[in-house]
Design a protein. Sequence first.
Length: 188
Amino acid sequence: MTKALQESRAILYKRYPLTSILIYNGSTILHFLLGGMGIIWGYARWSEWAYGAGILYLLFAFGEMYVLMPLVVCPRCVYYRLEDGVCISGLSVVSRKVARAGKGEDFGRRAQGIYSPNNLYMLSLVLPLLFIIPALVIHFSRVLLCIFAVLLGLLLFRFFVVFPQLACLHCQAKYKCPQAGKMGVREK
């Protein structure tokens, strides 16, 4: 790994810049909040269960990102072990306070299995879009269409800007991370 780090052309951050952390978390939080609002807005006309579904989604999304990740994924990440290291989400700082260190060699396993943290994270991003589509078909609403468009834009922004240009490209874990390998940022 040391040789790979030396050969990297991109700057690998020990501490991500505050602007990158704010963009990452801001887009994540906005995505989750709009997703919950979209589920509620899309189904509230037909059922009071829409509020429960929206709240359940919010609990799932925020819980997966801001509870599960620091407890399960972050303790295995290189940023957990870096003195004064801060990852793109800033959760490495939280994780060091609430979780014991895991085995670094297990970090790549975070994407294995159907209920892996990575799959749950992706589900938290895609789920509101999947819920909003039927609501748009059944009872079209301009507000709901706008929420859907912004959510889709945030998802595309995450896949084409945040991950490959702000986060994964500069991550010290990119040589162990399965997603970095799939995105091809290890060679950059």
